[in-house]
Design a protein around this ligand. Structure first.
Ligand code: NAP
Length: 245
């Protein structure tokens, strides 16, 4: 038994990469996991695999850019399991490119998913956590929340924003609700597939050769969840040992 056993843990962007690895690890540690993303078939097969391994999982389609959909995801978990102990705001996209490429639609998508998606999660779950007088937000930022590099200006801006929002939330709601930022360095996932810019994709493929497994980030998330209620792990940066960034 750990502090994870029996917790109701919601994960956005659970259909691949870090979200999927986190769902598997937390379910193996006894959490009930509620999985959200747009690709329902992926979620259903992940939930089935967790159930076959003796875990408890439910899933629902979710687009975090839609406020009402995010609310419906939280309501689904509350109706099914009675409460929400942890919301992991993990869904994210990273279509990198130089600003002068003017991929304005991709800037908008990053802002919508990476910033608005996190805010929608907070808006949907915070009232419930305040009523429960307990809860935890785990917001997935990035090493891009600490430093900017070419092609990553907008992506980094969204991740700086996730850190700023998380710190503000922590200061405002501390007492009952814990707030954690987990910032991965380069990690195995499907994230780079959203890059449409050829030069940025080539550079990222090279960088990703040192990527650590998604389970490394899942372990950091589990560490933050399993601390006692009066201990808030505010920020964790987890990167490849070989990474200079
Ligand atoms: N991998 C890395 O190197 C790295 C480094 C730093 C930070 N991160 C952060 O880690 C988080 C997870 O990414 P990942 O690396 O695991 O990449 P990934 O494998 O591409 O996973 C991203 C997840 O986000 C979901 N998603 C995208 N748009 C969504 C939307 N509108 N609504 C709901 N879900 C949406 C995707 O599912 P659907 O397409 O099915 O909706 C997918 O499950 C992201 O916030 C990313 O910025 C990753």
């Amino acid at each position: 038994m750990s502090n994870i056993t029996g917790k109701i843990i919601l994960i956005t962007g659970a259909s691949s990469g870090i979200g999927e690895a986190t769902a598997r690890l937390l379910a193996a540690k006894g959490a009930t996991v509620v999985l959200g993303a747009r690709r329902l078939e992926r979620l259903e097969s992940l939930a089935a695999s967790i159930t076959e391994s003796g875990g408890v999982a439910a899933c629902r389609t979710l687009d975090v850019t839609r406020r009402e959909d995010t609310q419906a995801f939280i309501d689904f978990a509350e109706q099914r399991f009675g409460r929400v102990d942890v919301l992991i705001n993990n869904a994210g996209v990273m279509p990198l490119s130089r600003l002068d490429a003017l991929k304005v639609d991709e800037w908008d998508r990053m802002i919508d998913v990476n910033i608005r998606g996190v805010l929608h999660g907070i808006a949907a779950a915070l009232p419930l956590m305040q009523r429960q007088r307990s809860g935890q937000f785990i917001n997935i930022a990035s090493i891009g929340a600490y430093a900017v590099s070419p092609t990553a200006a907008v992506y980094c801006a969204t991740k700086f924003a996730v850190r700023a929002i998380s710190e503000g939330l922590r200061q405002e709601v501390g007492g009952d609700v814990r707030v954690t930022v987990v910032s991965p360095g380069v990690t195995e996932s499907e994230l780079a597939e959203s890059i449409s810019d050829e030069a940025a994709r080539v550079a990222m493929n090279d960088f990703r050769r040192i990527a650590i497994p998604a389970e490394a980030i899942a372990r950091a998330i589990a560490y933050a969840v399993e601390q006692p209620a009066d201990v808030d792990v505010s920020e964790l940066v987890v990167r490849p040992t070989a990474s200079p960034y």
